[in-house]
Design a protein around this ligand. Structure first.
Ligand code: SF4
Ligand code: SF4
Length: 190
């Protein structure tokens, strides 16, 4: 069955993800040179397989309505393994940190954790920096709050988890990755 959802004016994944393209590394936070926002991808028909394979949670998770489109809700949902081991559903808060108390987000994360899904929360790291993240599915305070169906405590636990991301020291990408980043329009990280 075809996917009824359309990216529309959203180009979030074309900017906020880091990936190799045309033999070069595109850093997170740098818009892909092929993107033509708000029209979308300028090479849609011939876009790389990597772009075709990208798992956009909003597209692939059927229960998420239009309000979850990443440029609208400022939450990017991806399938990835920030720890390099456990692939899970990652929620990246793109804008205002207060988004963490958005009720549909709190409820959806709680549902996924009840279902036993591996869930991450992350923030953009900035151009040339690693994205800070936390693993939510083994967070005891969060799991206890969800089990008790205590919405306030669940929200508080998510805020505390987000604070860990906020407080995480800015960590530059490894030197080799920074040197292999000709697609960035930003100066290299010192
Ligand atoms: S983040 Fe999702 S909705 Fe936005 S452009 Fe990428 S695939 Fe489309
Ligand atoms: S090639 Fe197209 S779909 Fe892929 S990142 Fe660039 S603009 Fe986005």
């Amino acid at each position: 069955m075809s996917d009824p959802k359309r990216c529309g004016a959203c180009s979030v994944c074309c900017k906020d993800l880091m990936f190799e393209m045309d033999g070069a590394l595109k850093l997170a936070g740098v818009m892909c040179p092929h993107a033509t926002p708000p029209q979308g991808c300028g090479i849609h028909q011939t876009r790389p397989s990597l772009c075709r394979a990208y798992f956009c949670g909003w597209h692939h998770l059927p229960s998420l309505g239009e309000e979850w489109r990443p440029d609208q809700c400022e939450v990017l949902i991806s399938l990835r393994a920030p720890d390099g081991v456990t692939e899970g559903i990652d929620f990246t808060l793109l804008g205002d940190h207060e988004r963490i108390i958005w009720l549909p987000l709190v409820r959806y994360i709680a549902t996924l954790i009840v279902d036993g899904a591996p869930v991450y929360l992350s923030l953009p790291g900035g151009v040339g920096y690693q994205s800070p993240w936390v693993y939510l599915s083994d967070n005891k305070a969060l799991k206890d709050a969800i089990t008790r169906r205590d919405l306030d405590a669940t929200t508080a636990a998510l805020k505390a988890a987000l604070q860990i991301c906020i407080d995480y020291p800015k960590t530059p990408l490894p030197q080799a990755m920074r040197e292999a980043a000709p697609l960035t329009s930003e100066p290299p990280v010192e």
